[in-house]
Design a protein around this ligand. Structure first.
Ligand code: NAD
Length: 275
């Protein structure tokens, strides 16, 4: 018999969430933890990870916090061991660690011609290598289990680059491209029961973009912030909770035949031509 709740049931699964101490992936960790998923919150910021894990536990769920640097393979391997000790398997990997920085962002004071290579490399590494490396380490585990589900976090920049942030745009385009590549590779070389997808969030006010979208002194929208709202047919920034339905769908048995897709969750931003 067709049972709708079964399609979206993730009870008992184990999810590893990098960047889980952050705004968007913290919301995902709490939502999964509140719905029977055992959650490992991985973050460079141990206190932030512990806060999210503690929230899950205080709501009756199971969660651990693990300090990890997604750019350091031995750190990711140590994290796998901690997760395996705690939960014994990994069903889901969400690659949420990512972000941009001011020094890789053009401005009147910092023209494109002077963007420092170090800052460009920092942004590219965090978003692209920081996604690929956990996929290597946890993907190998999933290959051994003959099943698993990976969810990467791309961005609107991947479809069309946004002004001012060339490294972040290119890195997120690489994340989308890699999502397709890895979906094919895992299905063909290891198991059709390992799926790899991505979401492309629209605009959410978080620590990494607050300096671009709101005025530090007044809290008012910057011209860039206003332009984004004007180009979002739904007329607002997203709330982290707006991502949860799509995340749940992509992770769940309801998406069993879905792999290699990048789903925009953007209030219509990517559909709107501006006219
Ligand atoms: P956030 O800054 O709140 O969270 C990112 C987390 O990653 C932080 O907790 C940070 O400590 C962690 N992190 C940074 N470097 C790390 C490293 N080397 N190893 C492990 N953890 C590390 O950002 P957010 O807005 O919640 O973003 C989450 C993801 O969503 C990112 O990939 C971001 O690029 C993407 N995204 C955000 C938006 C948005 O509007 N905020 C839009 C599209 C995509």
């Amino acid at each position: 018999m067709f049972n709708l709740p079964d399609l979206f049931n993730l009870t008992g699964r184990v999810a590893v969430i990098t960047g889980g101490g952050g705004v968007l992936c913290g919301a995902m960790a709490r939502a999964l933890g509140n719905n029977g998923v055992r959650v490992a919150v991985l973050d460079l910021n141990g206190e932030a990870a512990e806060r999210v894990a503690a929230d899950v536990r205080s709501d009756g769920g199971q969660a651990i916090a693990v300090v990890v640097d997604v750019l350091d393979r031995s750190s990711v391997e140590a994290a796998v061991r901690q997760v395996m000790d705690a939960f014994g398997r990994v069903d889901i990997l969400i690659n949420g660690a990512g972000g941009n920085k001011k020094q890789a962002t053009t401005s009147p004071e910092l023209p494109f011609f002077d963007l420092p290579p170090d800052a460009i490399r920092w942004v590219f590494d965090l978003n692209f290598l920081g996604t690929l490396l956990p996929c290597q380490v946890f993907g190998k585990l999933m290959a051994g289990q003959d099943e698993g589900c990976i969810l990467n976090i791309s961005s609107m920049n991947a479809f069309r680059p946004l002004t001012r942030i060339p490294a972040y745009s290119a890195a997120k385009a690489a994340v989308s491209n890699f999502t397709q590549w890895l979906a094919v590779h895992m299905a063909q070389e290891y198991s059709p029961r390992i799926r790899v997808n991505a979401i492309a969030p629209g605009f959410f006010l978080t620590e990494q973009n607050r300096f671009l979208l709101t005025d530090e002194a007044t809290g008012e929208l910057t011209p860039r912030g206003r332009t984004i709202i004007e180009h979002t047919p739904m007329g607002r920034f997203g709330d982290p909770e707006d991502l949860l339905g799509t995340v749940l769908w992509l992770l769940s048995p309801g998406a069993a035949f879905v792999t290699g897709v990048v789903v925009p969750v953007d209030g219509g931003f990517s559909a709107f031509s501006g006219v």
